[in-house]
Design a protein around this ligand. Sequence first.
Ligand code: DX5
Ligand code: ZN
Length: 225
Amino acid sequence: MAPRIKLSASLICANLLNLEKDLSTLRQGGFDYIHFDMMDGHFVPRIGLGTFFLRQIASGQHMPVDVHLMVTDPVRYVDEIADAGGSIVTFHYETGQDIYRTIHCIRNRDMKAGIALRPFTPLSHIEPFIDYLDIILLMAYSPGTTGQSPLRDFEGRVAVLAELLGQRGQEHIDIAVDGGVSEESIPKLAKKGANFFVFGTSGLFMPDRNLDEQIDRIHEIIKRL
Ligand code: DX5
Ligand code: ZN
């Protein structure tokens, strides 16, 4: 049974000066998670959001927070994220750190654990860890940026991951897609097996669109899947 569609709004793409209102709009609009990008300026060039901010967001009883760690030493942040109220922690395979230990530390703090992959990291690299994961996040382009074009045949990569999970009887693991998620790409990605959509500037926080209307458009598309 494929997991249900989950919607996660990428905070770093929101208008932070309008955040309280937008978070309520997202919650009332049926979004499931707030996507929280933590970046250390080392694993990716950009500096992201900090746990002082996560604590405020999580305490606001908005939506559970899905933390995307784009940092060189992910395990270092696990307790801080748990203490600040994070619900899911996804970290990058490419850090080269102890993957199993990091997953164990996340789950030990009663958070869901995920591995994130840059666009060209072979899916085979995470096979040894699949049985310990709740979510796998595929980046459509290099992490740490926004509004880029997804890599060619990103849908194909989603399909290969879905096939891999199916072969192992792990269809319950969420397949998250992050970067370039738009009205056009949702149906194609869902058809290939993605069920957890991270929305940023391509499909949700769009300067020429009203947030309420955009949320309605997303639900219309999801209904037709
Ligand atoms: C990438 C981040 C966000 C967002 C990007 O890790 O999580 O920047 O998804 O979305 P787009 O590509 O739509 O701006
Ligand atoms: Zn992200």
